[in-house]
Design a protein around this ligand. Structure first.
Ligand SMILES: [Zn+2]
Length: 126
């Protein structure tokens, strides 16, 4: 992949990194806010609703954190020069796929195989 294209994906990924970091901060702030407002007497219905909301906010934060790690790794791969290469078969990942999913580590065929076989990414990249 040439420099110009790498730079293109780098820009997309950096933008994602920025917006996702904000999302994580927001979700975590929301979760904390719910926690800190959890004082004073409340009936049990309010309490459980609060727990559920907090749980959701925390989970969203976790999911965003994982996606953030994906973006981070994709940026690392750009620096390493392995970006756009399938981690499983070593083939080039199609640009159409990268445009849709800039953090993709596998080509469409391998991704399908992994999903169908439940193969762990960790194993496939060894
Ligand atoms: Zn592949």
């Amino acid at each position: 992949m040439d420099e110009k294209k790498l730079e293109h994906y780098r820009k997309i990924l950096r933008e994602q990194l920025r917006t996702r970091s904000e999302n994580v901060r927001e979700s975590q702030a929301n979760a904390l806010e719910m926690k800190s407002s959890d004082d004073g007497p409340k009936d049990s219905v309010d309490m459980s609703l609060l727990d559920v909301n907090q749980e959701i906010a925390l989970r969203l934060g976790e999911r965003e954190s994982r996606m953030l790690a994906d973006v981070d790794q994709a940026l690392l791969r750009i620096d390493e020069g392995s970006y756009g290469t399938c981690a499983r078969c070593g083939e080039q990942i199609s640009e159409r796929r990268l445009e849709a999913l800039p953090t993709a580590r596998h080509c469409a065929a391998c991704q399908e195989f992994i999903e169908q076989n439940g193969e762990m990414e960790e194993i496939s990249t060894l």
